[in-house]
Design a protein. Structure first.
Lengths: 354, 354
């Protein structure tokens, strides 16, 4: 039995793998999903259903468009200021990790970035809280979950300016109120589907105000007008995302998966706090429910524990080099039985040390 | 028996479908290709092999980089001038169809486009030939194969300035001399692999001369430095492209597939020219070996013939709305037996009309 705790591209439901595998052989009438035109009614139906499922699962209000794009969150780092930041104006960013920092760097091509707060000096082990967002910024940008550091922002700061969020690693893991956001983007490869797809949810009325001419592929308005089919979309990634969203819906939607995610995170953090060999790496109130980061009290135990875990089917728990130790990513599709398996190994390993 | 003549995303070899389908279930040690990190040695090996196969199959000389990107040719329409065209300068373009025209339109965001020649007035039924490329242009751009109109440019114009080519629909269908090009780009979804991947082959020395600051994801140099892994790449599309390139190599490479492609095209055009019911739509010397466009002498025959063809397993031959009639796309993976099946139907249909 394998338990895939990888940080992403990550585990998806086994039934999604089976269905996607089958569609590669035979999507319709013997033709593979890889050889059908994106302009067939069948694939147009896939795009329509995927878009509709995102709207339904996230309860996206009227006045927002859902886009299925390419290029990952990294391309959004540039597209956001390109579309929303008028020349010479300022956008405010919260710096909570390397990915937030990468987003900040792309602003310089279009205007100025104002960092409202940063936890960089503490190696991003907490989410800054008491800061002011200047009302004359074009927008406020933050990263809701910091995959590398295992922190997550649970309380939206209050502001009257447009709010933009990189939700790549916790989208659809918990119920959020989309109406409090103006633009949400996410690389698909955590809770949405395979790599190669980027989801953007944008409030239509914030667009068209930058005064900047935008190349077609990078213009949200062009993509909205094209119904995510301005050019050939990433067919297989969209199809598999649809299968995964169907799975999430059948499970009861985001509210139900949130309960499971909370139970998984609670169990694992409880063991980290209880077990004398382990300790968490970040502020308790900011602990991510998607990426659980921890180290060992005695660093010399880390290599043997990693080896022991890997020998017992636990995959992908090595921490990112900038944090060290371990990172257990417990995305939507990871079953709680996998978390229990990890906890059991932590307990057995601790007993062995006595 | 189905024969997939679709214009793209198009047919790939059946064995590629089988292998890709299997990898969705089990790529390595029970893990799906969809759930593995792009930073694993196994996937880094896939990127390395895919890049190496492109270099090998196309005989890419030293001094060129091969990139595996996202966004399709449409994003390249913008990235090319963004990276190669200094502010206010001019790039020269050959207008041979709608896609060439879309490329031309994106130049306006970065400089000026000079159209050296166009066959627009003739609905792009031929490739313009006698034109001059101004030597003070930053580069010369053309589309090597025009999917919609069924024309292909076989003789490179002579010029001393950098040559940029959108080779989306005939890359790896015939032997070309890469050293005569400075930048080649291609959406993968014809002869390379599934949709969601874009291949760029660029001569390193032409980069870094635009004087323009370029957002990271759109900067060829950043992508070269990142080894096509500046961010999470389209894992499955790259993996399947690798399988397809292995297939091409096993067949004997581009020179061998070119023989098959020539035989397929020759047989089909011969029937179009021989059969009194059908006629070709474009200049004989510019006839594409990838997309064979034809109409019927009596337009009233077209609906019945399309119906008859579809009833007999012929898929995707309806012509693009801007040309009408039929388009049989005969990409690398389409077996010659499919071409023979189509020809046989054309002959039987003609006999029935007598």
């Amino acid at each position: 039995m394998r338990h895939n705790f990888g940080a992403g591209p990550c585990i998806l439901p086994q039934e999604v793998f089976k269905q996607a595998s089958q569609a590669v052989l035979d999507f319709k009438d013997g033709l593979s999903i890889l050889e059908i035109s994106h302009r067939t009614p069948e694939f147009e139906g896939v795009v329509e259903e995927t878009t509709r499922l995102i709207k339904e699962l996230m309860n996206v209000p009227e006045g927002y468009s859902v886009l299925l794009l390419q290029g990952g969150a990294s391309l959004q780092f540039a597209m956001v200021p390109m579309n929303l930041l008028p020349e010479g104006q300022t956008a405010s960013y919260l710096e909570t990790g390397v990915w937030a920092n990468k987003a900040i760097k792309e602003v310089a091509f279009f205007g100025k970035a104002n960092i409202v707060a940063s936890s960089k000096d503490a190696n991003f082990t907490f989410i800054p809280k008491d800061y002011t967002i200047p009302e004359d910024s074009a927008y406020f940008h933050f990263t809701s979950n910091n995959t590398i550091y295992g922190t997550e922002l649970f309380n939206l700061p209050k502001t009257s300016i447009p709010v933009v969020c990189d939700m790549s690693s916790d989208i659809m893991s918990r119920v959020i109120d989309v109406s409090q956001f103006d633009l949400i983007y996410a690389g698909a490869q955590k809770n949405i589907g395979p790599a190669g797809l980027t989801v953007v949810i944008v409030k239509d009325e914030i667009l068209g105000k930058s005064g900047r001419k935008i190349p077609s592929m990078l213009d949200y308005k062009v993509q909205i007008d094209g119904g995510s089919m301005y050019n050939t979309p990433p067919v297989f990634s969209i199809y598999t995302a649809m299968l995964n969203l169907r799975w999430l819906k059948a499970k009861g939607g985001v509210a139900e998966i949130e309960k499971e995610n909370t139970a998984k995170a609670r169990a694992l953090y409880a063991e980290i706090d209880r077990n004398p060999l382990f300790k968490g790496t970040c502020a308790v109130e900011d602990r991510s429910k998607m990426n659980v980061c921890f180290v060992m009290e005695n660093p010399e135990h880390e290599k043997p524990f990693l080896k022991y875990a890997e020998e017992n089917g636990i995959e992908g728990i090595k921490g990112h080099r900038s944090v060290g130790g371990f990172r257990a990513s417990i995305y939507n599709a990871l079953p709680i039985t996998s978390v229990h398996a990890l906890i059991e190994l932590m307990q057995i390993f601790a007993e062995k040390q006595q």
